[in-house]
Design a protein around this ligand. Structure first.
Ligand SMILES: NC(=O)C1=CN([C@@H]2O[C@H](COP(=O)(O)OP(=O)(O)OC[C@H]3O[C@@H](n4cnc5c(N)ncnc54)[C@H](OP(=O)(O)O)[C@@H]3O)[C@@H](O)[C@H]2O)C=CC1
Ligand SMILES: O=C/C=C/c1ccc(O)c(O)c1
Ligand SMILES: [Zn+2]
Ligand SMILES: [Zn+2]
Length: 361
């Protein structure tokens, strides 16, 4: 991997424009700083956010962009002040790779809410270089934003926990929704949603999947262990389920009406928005007033919660349900994810794809 003093040239797969099509791209990483960990990427999950970013759904994308923020890798080098990791450790990196360390969220250890957060890609690091994500042979990351993957978790299984897993765990913990017996809804059974079913079931909740079609009913009930399944267009079933849920984790990634789901909540129920939707959502006020309901949101989880969810999954024997693909399949995987054709997360076998050998385009 080279010496601490040298910049490292790596190959990633980058989007060049809002088509979001990824092709090989060579770039240099910063010299390893005192608190930096050099990570050889083994696996990286494909999150729907990678599509939002690569295709400029939020209007702030910069190219070339190497996406990927569910990264599991092996430590190959550490800076002289790194205390937490050493070469050979299997580690994870998620959505955030920097924060100010001084603001209220940083001091409260919820650094994901720091207004000076640095995203793992499509951002600029403190040295002025663009950040680039995990669809690459290596990343250099400050040790604060690295977690150890515990023994007992396969690295490819662990990858989706670094975004999808912690994204459902964090709000359940924060909003006091970890008690057994709660009735939860998971709206949208994709990468985040399937981890929602697994985590909520492991907390002892009664879990209802609310889906746009009946296609996933059998898998949701038989494989993931959901207790009930609602098709959102089935008006009679939606009416029958009114006032029944303590919370809904809403993972739908496109504009949609909120009122059908607010109606499913009990008194004091919470609709927790997860989907990245760049258009106003709407509802009439009595839908929340007459039931003291809340509409809230949540953004990934802290580094501490990321460590917690990894341990939670080991303790409960939870894994993600994944389809492992090679890097040269990444564009097809993205297309399939967009048309809702994956059960439930693609994970790219980056190290097994020999991406350093591909000629850059
Ligand atoms: N807040 C946060 O911290 C995070 C936010 N996100 C965001 O959450 C959203 C979901 O992410 P992820 O789970 O990876 O996405 P997936 O594409 O894996 O899952 C989304 C699910 O939503 C449902 N859906 C309904 N309408 C559509 C549609 N038109 N197109 C696609 N899916 C649809 C589908 O479930 P069904 O078939 O059951 O209807 C689908 O499986 C994204 O917007 C992502 O950016 C992701 C991670 C963290
Ligand atoms: O997948 C993780 C990132 C989620 C995310 C949430 C909100 C937002 O504005 C983003 O750009 C990304
Ligand atoms: Zn994500
Ligand atoms: Zn801060």
């Amino acid at each position: 991997m080279g010496s601490l003093a040298a910049e490292k040239t790596v190959t990633g797969w980058a989007a060049r424009d809002a088509s979001g099509h990824l092709t090989p791209y060579n770039y240099t990483l910063r010299k390893t700083g005192p608190e930096d960990v050099v990570v050889k990427v083994l696996y990286c999950g494909i999150c729907h956010t990678d599509i939002h970013q690569a295709k400029n759904h939020l209007g702030a994308s910069k190219y070339p962009m190497v996406p990927g923020h569910e990264v599991v890798g092996e430590v190959v080098e550490v800076g002289p002040e790194v205390t937490k990791y050493s070469a050979g450790d299997v580690v994870g990196v998620g959505v955030i790779v920097g924060c100010c360390r001084e603001c209220h969220p940083c001091k409260a250890n919820v650094e994901q809410y720091c207004n000076k957060r640095i995203w793992s890609y499509n951002d600029v690091y403190t040295d002025g270089r663009p950040t680039q994500g995990g669809f690459a042979s290596a990343m250099i990351v400050d040790q604060k934003f690295v977690v150890k993957i515990p023994a007992g978790l396969a690295p490819e299984q662990a990858a989706p926990l670094l975004c999808a897993g912690v994204t459902v765990y964090s709000p359940l913990k924060h909003f006091g929704l970890m008690s057994p017996g709660l009735r939860g809804g998971i709206l949208g059974l994709g990468g985040v949603g399937h981890m929602g079913v697994k985590v909520a079931k492991s907390m002892g909740h009664h879990v209802t999947v609310i889906s746009s079609s009946a296609k996933k009913r059998g898998e949701a009930m038989d494989d993931l262990g959901a207790d009930a399944y609602l098709v959102s267009s089935d008006e009679a079933a939606m009416v029958a389920a009114a006032d029944s849920l303590d919370y809904i984790i809403n993972t739908v990634p496109v504009h949609h009406p909120l009122e059908p789901y607010l109606a499913l909540l009990k008194l004091d129920g919470k609709l927790i928005l997860m989907g990245v939707i760049n258009q106003p959502l709407s509802f009439i006020s009595p839908m929340v007033m007459l039931g003291r309901k809340s509409i809230t949101g949540s953004f990934i989880g802290s580094m501490a919660e990321t460590e917690e969810v990894l341990k939670f999954c080991v303790d409960k024997g939870l894994t993600s349900q994944i389809e492992v693909v090679k890097m040269d399949y990444v564009n097809q995987a993205i297309e399939r994810l967009e048309r809702n054709d994956v059960r439930y997360r693609f994970v790219v076998d980056v190290a097994g794809s020999n991406i350093d050998d591909a000629p850059p385009v």
